[in-house]
Design a protein around this ligand. Structure first.
Ligand code: FAD
Length: 326
């Protein structure tokens, strides 16, 4: 499969049961065959998916030539724990990270915020850079004057992406606050942002423009996904906190067949993707829900993949039912 100039990447999550784990290698193979810039793997806040995330990342490293991106969270962890975690991922060969704070667990005692030692994502970005630097041979770093310079020059050795929220993070008071948070992450050494899901191209395009005017210089990749069922739409709204797009919701509700709903979701996401690229987005980041067919079809229909044979070829392996992935 070859592709046109637009860049794209995919997101996976660690499988939640044996059946999903058995199906994932074939999904990774199909996604990798499309030649994405990277495949990212989510991480459970509080470390709940530490070993399964690492297992998926190792699989990508060992079985494909696509670079994996590890999501990392710091919420609820000590500084030392996060330091060890970063080192473990670097030792596994991961060189791209998506640094996110993560959400504290529900039901905390009064007065507890559950955030942990690292208070902001910007601090996590700095810590990833520092751990990476410490893994380098010492040599010139023993001279204090060269130390800061060495840190800066080595920042490019790892790519550190961060989250962006075109419609505002649920806890922020204004979009300006989110842009300020992005600027802080940039100052800490982040060099890419990936957005939360959103439903309208204008949401992203206005946000990206405002961020650029405010001084955000790194690319902001829009995160999109084909919503192929009302259940997935509900799950997506739950995760993102976005408002319900009533046109899409109605279309999905009234369509009687799975095939028809899949078609609606793919078409909707492809048109959104095309509008984003035409509006100047640097690429597309696709939330796959661990299924390759729909996202590859989106890229094909958006004109990003020149030939989507892998999307349409009969699957050599099992596909897990949507109920296990949504
Ligand atoms: P931040 O960007 O640091 O904060 C979020 C917002 O809070 C800011 O935009 C700002 O408006 C406000 N804020 C931050 N600091 C301050 C401050 N000092 N004062 C006032 N306001 C402030 N979660 C997971 O658990 N695992 C994952 O793998 C994962 N992957 C994600 C991938 C993407 C692309 C996105 C968009 C989110 C992901 N999340 C993941 C969710 C993320 O953990 C939550 O959104 C979390 O609530 C915030 O993390 P953050 O890094 O975006 O925080």
């Amino acid at each position: 499969m070859s592709c046109t100039e637009a860049r794209f990447s995919f997101e996976l999550y660690p499988p939640r049961n044996e059946r999903a784990a058995a199906a994932l290698p074939a999904t990774i193979e199909r996604l990798a065959a499309a030649r994405p810039d990277f495949i990212s793997v989510t991480y459970g806040a509080g470390g709940s998916s530490r070993s399964s995330s690492l297992q998926v990342l190792r699989h990508i490293i060992e079985h494909t030539d696509i670079s994996p991106m590890a999501h990392l969270t710091c919420v609820g962890s000590s500084h030392a724990e996060t330091n060890r975690l970063i080192r473990e991922f670097l030792d596994a060969g991961v060189r791209r990270f998506l640094a996110v704070r993560g959400d504290p667990p529900a039901g905390l005692a009064p007065g507890e915020d559950g955030i942990g030692d690292i208070r902001t994502t910007a601090e996590l970005v700095q810590l990833i850079h520092r751990v990476q630097k410490e893994r380098q041979p010492y040599g010139e770093l023993t001279v204090p004057q060269l130390h800061a310079q060495a840190v800066l020059s080595r920042r490019e050795h790892v790519q550190i992406a961060v989250a962006a929220f075109p419609n505002g993070h649920p806890s922020s008071h204004s979009v300006q606050q989110d842009i300020d948070a992005l600027l802080a992450k940039q100052a800490a050494g982040a060099n890419l942002a990936i957005t939360q899901l959103f439903f309208h191209a204008e949401d992203y395009l206005h946000f990206a423009q405002r961020a650029k005017e405010a001084g955000v210089a790194f690319p902001i990749l829009p995160g999109i996904m084909p919503v192929t069922s009302p259940a997935r739409l509900r799950r997506m709204l739950e995760l993102s906190g976005e408002d319900l797009p009533s046109d899409l919701a109605i279309q999905l509700e009234v369509e009687p067949t799975d095939e028809g709903r899949r078609e609606i979701g793919i078409d909707w996401a492809a048109r959104l993707g095309r509008r984003l690229l035409d509006g100047g987005a640097p690429g597309l980041h696709l939330y796959t829900f661990n299924q390759h067919e729909a996202v590859l079809a989106v890229l094909e229909r958006a004109g990003v993949l020149a030939n989507a044979s892998a999307a349409t070829a009969p699957a050599s392996t099992r596909t897990i039912p949507e109920s296990e992935t949504a």
